[in-house]
Design a protein around this ligand. Structure first.
Ligand SMILES: [Zn+2]
Length: 147
């Protein structure tokens, strides 16, 4: 038996039909035995959609495979927001490399020009900055970094 996804030409109703073979489908169609269960129309076609396609994973592809490697749902959305933030900081901020913690302190104490900076810092350094009342945030890696 073969299952075909069928579609009524008259009303657009989609339904499944079982046939012994593809020739059986043609024969029934030629004899006018194929009718739409909704409008009784005889114009029934095989729908282009096959069961294999319908069973394929749903949803849009994730750019750069970001979503597949990140947690799902709310956490994934948050992760993407952090990545957007990381991109924004990288495009607008000044890169200070390993001097990040030191430079952040200098800005905080008015010893350096107040500006947005980013650079390398350990989790310990970021924690120390936060404890000193300096706004610092660990940024997530970006998918483009892997290129
Ligand atoms: Zn119909």
């Amino acid at each position: 038996m073969i299952r075909y996804a069928l579609k009524c030409r008259g009303c657009g109703h989609g339904f499944d039909g079982w046939f012994r073979s593809s020739a059986d489908f043609d024969t029934q169609g030629a004899r006018g035995l194929l009718t739409c269960p909704v409008c009784d129309g005889h114009g029934v076609d095989k729908a282009l959609m096959s069961p294999a396609v319908a069973a394929a994973p749903q949803g849009p592809a994730s750019p750069g495979g970001v979503v597949t490697s990140a947690p799902s749902g709310e956490a994934a959305a948050l992760f993407r927001q952090l990545q957007d933030l990381a991109r924004k900081v990288r495009s607008e901020g000044t890169y200070v490399g390993a001097a990040f913690a030191e430079e952040a302190r200098r800005i905080h104490h008015g010893e350096a020009e107040g500006r947005q900076i980013y650079g390398e810092a350990s989790g310990h350094e970021v924690r120390s900055l936060l404890e000193e009342g300096i706004a610092a945030l660990p940024l997530p890696p970006l998918p483009e970094d892997k290129n």
